[in-house]
Design a protein around this ligand. Structure first.
Ligand code: IMP
Ligand code: MG
Length: 194
């Protein structure tokens, strides 16, 4: 494609965006700081990252390349937002971890903490494998004052208001994961399904 011509695909997904919350550059800086905090916490230990597919994929790729630690990587697939829902309807593991978590220092890595149901579900699941330790890291944490005693993550990238966000791995109906920034989606695109 000629570089002077606009990329029509990118333009059309940008049209669905109300505003950018965190830019690519802001995210890169924050991810580096977060990696530093994790490295400090786990210094001298071997880490097993258990990443939650698919939303954490881009965050995971950036985070682990900033981690100067011996680490293993395992993946778990959890379905909590079937199709066009924007509120969790209860998580289910659709692909369990492949490797061993027993005796390991497990760090769960997810894209966003909303109701906390997914994280609590995963903490319970990991505990059954008898790890040495378990903690969690999320790129985003939504303000949800309506949720009492929400399960919290030890490492958090950014706090954000209770709005539906896409980009940098996060999707709505499987779209927008490839946007490099974290963006608020125009409400009319999803409010009919709530
Ligand atoms: P929770 O179980 O309500 O905490 O939801 C966590 C999961 O819901 C995350 O791992 C995301 O996959 C998804 N999720 C929550 N809020 C958003 C959002 O604003 N955009 C995209 N996905 C979201
Ligand atoms: Mg998720």
């Amino acid at each position: 494609m000629c570089p002077s011509q606009p990329n029509r695909g990118e333009q059309s997904i940008r049209n669905d965006i109300e505003r950018v919350l965190f830019t690519e550059e802001q995210i890169a800086r924050r991810v580096e700081t977060l990696a530093g905090q994790i490295a400090e916490q786990y210094a001298g230990r071997e880490l097993t990252i258990l990443a939650v597919l698919t939303g954490s994929l881009i965050f995971l790729a950036d985070l682990i390349r900033k981690l100067p630690l011996p680490m293993r990587l395992d993946l778990v697939s959890v379905s909590s937002y079937p199709g066009q829902a924007t509120r969790s309807e209860g998580p289910k593991v659709t692909v369990p971890p492949a490797g061993t978590l027993r005796g390991r220092n497990v760090l769960i890595v997810d894209d966003i903490l909303d109701s906390g149901l997914t994280l609590q579900y995963l903490l319970d699941m990991v505990a059954e494998y008898q790890p040495e330790s378990v903690s969690s890291c999320v790129l985003l944490r939504k303000e949800r004052p309506d949720v009492e005693n929400r399960t919290e993550a030890e490492f958090v990238g950014f706090d954000l208001p209770d709005e539906f966000v896409v980009g940098y791995g996060l999707d709505y109906d499987h779209l927008y994961r490839n946007l490099p920034d974290i963006c608020v989606l125009k409400k009319h695109l999803y409010q009919d399904s709530q």
